[in-house]
Ligand binder design. Structure first.
Ligand code: MN
Length: 225
């Protein structure tokens, strides 16, 4: 049986002149303008204000994407104290860090700080960056999010499917939870499930939705179980 175990918080930008702007467009711009950290701080505090929209369950996962420079000099923890913990969340926060940046800015000390605050660390888009498997063993993230390119290779590209199998068995051996990104078909779902992926994400289950629409969506899921 399947159930919804959590959400990932995503940003959309409504520009009055051009309408809805996709994150692929505005995130790189925000990066060049040094606006990523304030933007993430905004996401953290907005989400904390809306925790009542999510199940009051300590196992319910809320994923927030955080850029690597935010981890430096304790800035992220400071922001979490100010904007997240101050709201006394019951749900489980997972910070998602893109793999290509992770090696430079997140060391073991940052990692254990997060752990001490009961925050989970996920490596986002795993398999696309400069992954060092020895580093994975040292840092021990709680979650590996397997990049969508591996999910879309199911049934199509046997080389990538083999890499997917290796990532899954490595994560299982290190007791790291696996999340498959970009699941869109029943074939992908059954393959990934049969190969031991813990959590499946994306359009096959739900399109991105405004956070206010989430309670009704969740209720409709539970009604069809
Ligand atoms: Mn993510």
């Amino acid at each position: 049986m399947q159930r919804c175990v959590g959400v990932e918080i995503l940003l959309r930008w409504h520009n009055p002149r051009v309408g809805w702007v996709e994150p692929d467009v505005f995130i790189p711009i925000a990066e060049t303008q040094n606006l990523i950290i304030p933007l993430t701080r905004y996401v953290i505090s907005e989400t904390a204000q809306k925790l009542h929209l999510f199940p009051k369950d300590s196992d319910f996962q809320i994923g927030i994407n955080v850029a690597a420079p935010h981890f430096k000099n304790g800035r992220l923890l400071k922001d979490l104290h100010q904007h997240w913990f101050s709201c006394h969340p019951i749900q489980q926060l997972t910070v998602e860090l893109t793999e290509r940046d992770a090696l430079h800015d997140v060391n073991y000390e940052v990692r254990s700080d997060l752990g001490n605050h009961q925050i989970k660390l996920a490596i986002d888009d795993f398999g696309t960056g400069n992954s060092s498997l020895s580093w994975l063993e040292k840092l021990r993230p709680d979650v590996l999010k397997i990049d969508r390119s591996f999910t879309s290779s199911v049934g199509i590209d046997s080389v990538n499917a083999t890499v997917t199998d290796i990532i899954i068995s490595l994560a299982n051996r290190l007791n790291i939870i696996t999340v498959a990104e970009g699941v869109e078909t029943l074939e992908q779902e059954s393959y990934l499930r049969n190969h031991g992926v813990d959590v499946l994400q994306e359009f096959y289950y739900a399109r991105p939705m405004p956070v206010e629409a989430f309670p009704a969506w969740l209720a409709s899921q539970e009604a069809t179980e």
